[in-house]
Design a protein around this ligand. Sequence first.
Ligand code: HEC
Length: 86
Amino acid sequence: MNAKDLFEYHCVTCHGSDGKGTKRGQALKAPNLSDANWQASRKDEEILNSIINGKNKMPRWSDKLKEEEIQSLARYVRKLAPQKRP
Ligand code: HEC
């Protein structure tokens, strides 16, 4: 599965396809992953670490997903940022 499919399969229930967060995700205090300020506030390692080990109500994924899948998801999260237009 590519990163987009993995995200659609495992993550959209809380984060939504666009990363803004569903009702369920927002109730659990999921951030808006597509927000530029949020993106700027996290290092790549922090994003990776949160997906691997979980964080508060965010489940851990190291039991369910392979390391390379988690890495591709961490890169995918970066693509949810607003696209800069020239
Ligand atoms: C059950 C709901 C739920 C699911 C499913 C879920 N998340 Fe989350 N996620 C959360 C919540 C809640 C937070 C906020 C954690 C916090 O900061 O308290 C979060 C935070 C995050 C963050 C930000 C972490 C940080 O360092 O601030 C990333 C990145 C993330 N999720 C990615 C994913 C990915 C990728 C998946 C799918 C593999 C996923 N999430 C699945 C609920 C979920």
